[in-house]
Design a protein around this ligand. Structure first.
Ligand SMILES: [Zn+2]
Length: 392
């Protein structure tokens, strides 16, 4: 049913549009133009105020299109993020055999323009062929790549309160992501006392020493890098360290940032607690000759919550049935990373994430497998048809 030439043209066009995180205006223009010529009405297309609520550095909100249903059924949602990673700046897509690659030394941006293009192709096919369908919301979030910001800011009433979601942001078209992990970023500000490193080091308190001791403690307790404690697991990372001014001056301040992840929200809290306790213990243990110790301010930013959908969840069942309908074996997966779907599930909108033929995300070797992409388009169309078939 999907016209492969149209679907491929949509993808090639969208891959050529620049839209790094926070600067998605051109992508909104390109998508709106395509959806209008696919048969969407101008009044169906809106953007929300996500960028204003996020603050500086975000130029535009999430793109939301609400298609009325041609039959009475609960509203469903399809989503794919608009932004691409900085590596994709200046990408020129070219076709080589069954693959789309970037011509130069850039990423391609198939993550997630393949998802955007698959949704456009599905809608075009639905509307042009007058296929019966339920009310459908299309959500194209901004700023997924640096922390799932757009989807976090999306509000269910603005989306028309859909009952289930199908997010496109993966690889093979038979992939159905039914779970993903929680992540928390942390930042610690360490305060010491600055003195001359040669004349009076004993009067100073080194913030660098506090940070080093804390990290060593975390690692000794088994909470650095890959973490395995019985049947509970997670990861932790120290991402950045900055502090100090000169080598002859005791370091009086140091800021460190990092992140922790786990599929278990309770274990994630435990990992974060070990980090906080270790910095506090390390600060108390570093004193000067007057007995004064250092200070730390440990802060966390909750990034996203883990989720796991049951196999009996309608969005999982419908996605599986659609994958089978195109002759593939459904592959339910739990991801070791966060997705826009984490935010939708947290808001109470059960959402699976499907693959759309993109591979080697965030690399110069990134490519889209054309056959897989076209299969993903068919799967989306099948999902829309199933949700519009009141007899199924
Ligand atoms: Zn993505």
């Amino acid at each position: 049913m999907i016209n492969p030439d149209h679907a491929l043209a949509h993808l090639m066009d969208l891959l050529a549009v620049e839209g790094p995180t926070g600067k998605e205006t051109k992508v909104i223009q390109a998508l709106s133009k395509k959806l209008l010529s696919a048969g969407c009405k101008k009044t169906w297309i809106k953007t929300d105020d996500a960028h204003q609520r996020l603050g500086e550095g975000f130029e535009v909100g999430n793109l939301i299109i609400k298609l009325p249903g041609t039959i009475k059924a609960p509203r469903i949602m399809f989503s794919a993020h608009m932004d691409t990673v900085p590596l994709c700046k200046g990408a020129v897509p070219i076709i080589k055999g069954n693959r789309i690659l970037s011509e130069g030394n850039t990423g391609l941006g198939g993550d997630d323009r393949a998802g955007c293009a698959a949704i456009v192709s599905m809608v075009e096919t639905l509307l042009k062929n007058k296929i019966p369908h339920p009310p459908i919301t299309l959500l194209f979030p901004i700023a997924e790549e640096n922390g799932l910001h757009g989807s976090r800011m999306a509000r269910l009433p603005d989306l028309g309160n859909p009952v289930m979601g199908f997010n496109l942001d993966g690889q093979e078209p038979n992939e159905i992501v039914i779970g993903a992990m929680s992540a928390i970023r942390w930042k610690v500000e360490i305060k010491g006392i600055s003195t001359h490193a040669g004349l009076e080091p004993h009067k100073g308190i080194s913030a660098g020493l506090i940070g080093s001791k804390a990290m060593a403690m975390i690692a000794e307790k088994g909470y650095f890098g890959k973490i395995n404690k019985g049947n509970r697991s997670g990861t932790s990372n120290l991402g950045s360290v900055s502090g100090g001014e000169a080598s002859n001056q005791v370091m009086d301040q140091c800021t460190m940032t990092g992140e922790c992840r786990s599929h278990s929200p309770a274990f994630l809290d435990q990992i974060v607690k070990v980090h906080k306790d270790s910095f506090e213990t390390a600060a108390k243990s570093v004193t000067n000759d007057a007995g004064t110790c250092g200070k730390v301010k440990f802060a966390t930013i909750a990034d996203y919550r883990a989720f796991k959908l049951k196999k009996s969840e309608p969005c999982v069942k419908i996605a599986s049935k659609a994958v089978e309908a195109v002759g593939l074996e459904p592959n339910p997966l739990i991801m070791d990373a966060g997705l826009d779907a984490n935010n939708f599930n947290e808001k109470g909108l059960p959402t699976v994430t499907l693959g759309c033929g993109s591979h080697n995300f965030h690399q110069i070797k990134e490519y889209v497998d054309i056959k897989e992409y076209l299969t993903a388009c068919e799967i989306l169309l099948t999902i829309a048809e199933y949700c519009g078939d009141t007899h199924s």
